[in-house]
Write a protein that binds this ligand. Structure first.
Ligand code: NDP
Length: 341
C-alpha cells in the first residue's frame, strides 16, 4: 500500500444532543477517535478544508428530509477537500487532492468511488467547496435551469452576500439581467454587493420592512426571485414579482432555528393573478449541469468576471463556532474551516 505517515488517532465532531432552536456547544463534542487504515478500494484522506453549510442545521433534527439526520453519538459528515495519504485504490495516488463527503473530521477513510479528484493547480482547494463546488452549482442551476433566466430579466436575491447568493447576483449580471438587487444583514455586506459584486442596488433587511426596501430598490418590479431566506423576504418578493415571474425556492434560513411557524408568505394568492411559478431547487438534481458549470465558472474566475470571497476559520476545533457563526451571518462569501496542513 502506498502511504504517507499519518496518526493513529485524530479529532472528529459528534452530535450529542438535538438542539431546540439555536444550536449550542453543549449539543456537540470534539472526540479523539482511531484513524482506520484503508481496506481494498479505500483511501485515507487528510482533510485540508471542511465545509459548514446551512443545510446541516436541518440534519440536527430527527425528521425525515432530503438528507438523513445526523445520528446522536456518531461523527457528523459534510463536504471536505484534502490530500490522499494512503491508497488501496486503483487510480488514486498518495498526494492526490480529492473532494468527498466525510467532513467534520481531520482524517477520513472512505471508498475511493465516493471521492472526486480535483485539480489543485487550477484553483485553491477550498474553492471546490464553494465557487467551483456545491454552492456554485446551486446558484448556476437555480438561475439557469429552474428560473430559466432570460437576458433583460430583473433579479432579486436574498442572502446575497453569502456563498450561493453572491454568485447568483454575479451570474445573473453576466447572463444579461437588466437589474440585480440583493439583500443582506449588514451595511458592510450591502456595500460589498454594489461594490465588488456589481449589484445595481442592495439593502440591509434589518433596516426596515423588506417589502418597502425591495419596492424602492426595484421600482419596475422583478422577474426572478432567488430565495435563500423565506418568510418576509419571500412575501416581499411575491409582492414585487411581475406577471409570469419565477421564484426559486432554494433555502429558508430565517426559519432554520425557529421554534414557531414562519411569518409568511401571507400573500400567496397573488401568485394566481400574476401567473407566478414558485419552484423548489435541490442542487443534487442538477448534476448533469456540472461540466458546463465548471467550464463556465472556471473561465469567469480566470478572467476576473466573478469576485469570490471566503470566511476562513482555523483548525478542526473551530468548526462548530464556524457553523453557528454562519447561521448568524458571521460570514461573507463561503464559510470554510482550514485544517493545519
Ligand atoms: P450563506 O453563505 O448564505 O450563509 C448563510 C447566510 O444566511 C448568513 O451569512 C446570513 O447572512 C444569512 N441569514 C442568517 N439568518 C438570516 C435571517 N434570519 N434572515 C436573512 N438572512 C439570514 O449560506 P449558503 O450560501 O451556503 O446557503 C444559502 C441558502 O441556500 C441557505 O438557505 C441554504 O440552506 C440554501 N442552499 C440550498 C441548496 C439546495 O440544494 N436547495 C444548496 C445550497 C444551499 P446575513 O448577514 O445577510 O443575514
Amino acid at each position: 500500500m502506498a502511504e504517507q505517515a499519518s496518526p493513529t488517532t485524530a479529532r472528529e465532531w459528534h452530535l450529542v444532543a438535538r438542539p431546540q432552536g439555536w444550536p449550542t456547544p453543549a449539543d456537540f463534542a470534539l472526540v479523539e477517535a482511531p484513524v482506520r487504515r484503508p481496506g481494498p478500494g479505500e483511501i485515507l484522506v487528510r482533510n485540508e478544508y471542511l465545509s459548514v453549510d446551512p443545510y446541516m442545521r436541518g440534519r440536527l433534527n430527527d425528521v425525515k428530509s432530503y438528507v438523513p439526520p445526523y445520528e446522536l453519538g456518531k461523527v457528523m459528515d459534510g463536504g471536505a477537500v484534502g490530500r490522499v495519504v494512503a491508497s488501496e485504490a486503483e487510480g488514486i495516488e498518495v498526494g492526490d487532492a480529492v473532494l468527498h463527503g466525510l467532513g467534520w473530521r481531520e482524517y477520513a477513510t472512505l471508498d475511493a468511488e465516493r471521492a472526486v479528484k480535483v485539480d489543485a493547480q487550477a484553483a485553491p482547494l477550498s474553492y471546490y467547496l464553494g465557487v467551483l463546488g456545491m454552492p456554485g452549482l446551486t446558484a448556476y442551476a437555480g438561475l439557469l435551469a429552474v428560473a430559466d433566466l432570460k437576458p433583460g430579466d430583473s433579479v432579486f436575491v436574498s442572502g446575497a452576500a453569502g456563498a450561493v447568493g453572491s454568485l447568483v447576483g454575479q451570474i445573473a449580471r453576466l447572463k444579461g439581467a437588466s437589474r440585480v438587487v440583493g439583500s443582506a444583514g449588514s451595511a458592510e455586506k450591502v456595500a460589498k454587493l454594489t461594490g465588488d459584486y456589481g449589484f445595481d442596488a442592495a439593502f440591509n433587511y434589518k433596516d426596515g420592512p423588506v417589502r418597502e426596501q425591495l419596492e424602492k430598490a426595484a421600482p419596475e418590479g422583478i422577474d426572478v426571485y432567488f430565495d435563500n431566506v423565506g418568510g418576509d423576504h419571500l412575501e416581499a418578493a411575491i409582492h414585487s414579482l411581475n406577471a409570469h415571474g419565477r421564484a426559486v425556492l432554494c433555502g429558508a434560513i430565517a426559519q432554520y432555528n425557529a421554534t414557531e411557524a414562519p411569518a409568511g408568505p401571507r400573500n400567496l394568492a397573488l401568485a394566481i393573478g400574476k401567473r407566478l411559478r414558485l419552484e423548489g431547487l435541490l442542487v443534487r438534481d442538477h448534476a448533469a449541469l456540472q461540466p458546463q458549470f465548471t467550464a463556465e465558472m472556471a473561465g469567469w474566475l480566470r478572467d476576473g468576471s466573478i469576485s469570490y470571497d471566503e470566511t476562513v476559520t482555523e483548525g478542526v476545533e473551530s468548526a462548530l463556532d464556524a457553523f453557528i457563526d454562519l447561521l448568524r451571518g458571521g460570514n461573507t462569501g463561503k464559510m470554510v474551516v482550514r485544517l493545519a496542513s
